[in-house]
Design a binder for this molecule. Structure first.
Ligand code: ATP
Length: 360
């Protein structure tokens, strides 16, 4: 039995189906990220787990105890679940100390010391404790919200896009700090996010949601390299998807002959590679002669963005793919370090590393 178990959980708002019968297992002490396009049901799922609303159908159990079974539900304040919302949702009229200590009884032993300790754990300076929320930066407010949620000693922490208001640098460091903090405290966590890199780096389990259902649930590596379909593949990063003829552990496509991640398949299917699996090496038209097994292309566009540049490459000597007429010769979108950005018109040699994934 898993720590948190959701079975066939469904929720409608009038004619809108927010959740269509979701199953999910979360292990004790783990971190799960839920990603998916806007409106797919992520926040609704968190609200049902937290107990802010009851499901129309289905069962939610935490640590062996049923929290909701259809409409019958344990109230939110008895679930032992911490929630950190996108905007922090601090009490504006209370000091930071009182925000953090909101869930600690007024007469609790060493209450003030406990608040200082919580502030320290989330990386807040003691000096801010007397201030009000509006006197803090967005990042500091998020830390207060986290400290307040941790003060309740939750068994499960729900984070609803808690880093989205922060700028890129702070966002990454805050994410890492929060992940470490929760891990040390042994708190099982579910994070809702729009950001694929955030989901892949934060979680041990990632669940991709679409139209109120999970499309795929697995480890970050499984979902990134072995996505179930095009939607999951493209939601988690850029993907090169081409038709291929599969046999004996290899695929023959417009990218040449590439090893694939299955030995059993023998058919025509779509294969997927991540752009970073295709390496580019500068050469010239003369360098192409006498090397029929190698793959060459011409750079048709190069977008410089600092560390990385995005390079469009039109293949020059591609073998015929299964449906060549249908796909034409659309340029491939690849990546290269910004330091080594090629010029438009340059000839490059393409080498595939690793295996391609075959879609079902
Ligand atoms: N209280 C409500 N009343 C009516 N419809 C609602 C309500 N809450 C959510 N919905 C609808 O349910 C669907 C799922 O909403 P939800 O907020 O769970 O999506 P989400 O994946 O969290 O979206 P976002 O990423 O934009 O926050 C949406 O179509 C939304 O409009």
């Amino acid at each position: 039995m898993s720590f948190l178990e959701l079975s066939d959980v469904a929720k409608n708002y009038g004619p809108v189906t927010a959740l269509a019968g979701v199953d999910l297992r979360v292990e004790s002490g783990s971190r799960t990220a839920i990603v998916g396009p806007s409106g797919c049901g992520k926040t609704t799922l968190l609200r049902l787990i937290a107990g802010f609303e009851a499901p129309d159908r289905g069962r939610i159990a935490l640590d062996g105890k049923v929290l909701a079974n259809g409409g019958a539900a344990v109230p939110a304040h008895r679930r032992g679940i911490g929630v950190v919302a996108q905007d922090g949702a601090l009490f504006p009229h209370l000091s930071i100390a009182d925000n953090i200590g909101f869930g600690i009884a007024r007469n609790a032993d060493k209450r003030a010391d406990h608040i200082v300790e919580l502030a320290y754990i989330v990386g807040l300076d003691k000096a801010v404790l007397k201030r009000r929320p509006h006197e803090l930066s967005g990042g500091q407010q998020q830390r207060v919200a986290l400290a307040r949620a941790m003060a309740m000693k939750p068994r499960l922490m729900l984070l609803d896009e808690p880093f989205s208001a922060l700028d890129t640098g702070l966002r990454a460091s805050m994410r890492k700090a929060v992940a470490e903090l929760l891990e040390e405290a042994g708190i099982t966590t579910i994070l809702v996010t729009h950001d694929q890199a955030e989901a892949l780096s934060f979680a041990n389990q990632v669940a991709v949601m679409r139209d109120g259902l999970f499309s795929q649930v697995g480890t970050p590596r499984e979902l990134y390299f072995q996505p179930r379909d095009r939607m999951v593949a493209e939601f988690l990063g850029d993907a090169i998807i081409v038709p291929a003829r599969i046999a004996d552990g290899f695929a023959v496509s417009r990218l040449g002959r590439i090893a694939v991640d299955t030995k059993e398949r023998r058919d025509v299917a779509r294969i997927m590679l991540r752009p970073e699996q295709i390496l580019l090496k500068r050469t010239s038209r003369e360098g192409m002669s006498g090397t029929p097994d190698m793959l060459f292309g011409e750079v048709t566009d190069c977008e410089f963005a600092g560390a990385v540049c995005t390079v469009a490459v039109r293949l020059l000597n591609s073998p015929d793919p299964p449906d060549a007429a249908a796909i034409g010769n659309t340029p491939l979108t690849l990546r290269r370090t910004g330091m080594d950005a090629p010029e438009v018109g340059e000839i490059v040699r393409l080498t595939v590393t690793g295996k391609a994934h075959v879609f079902a």
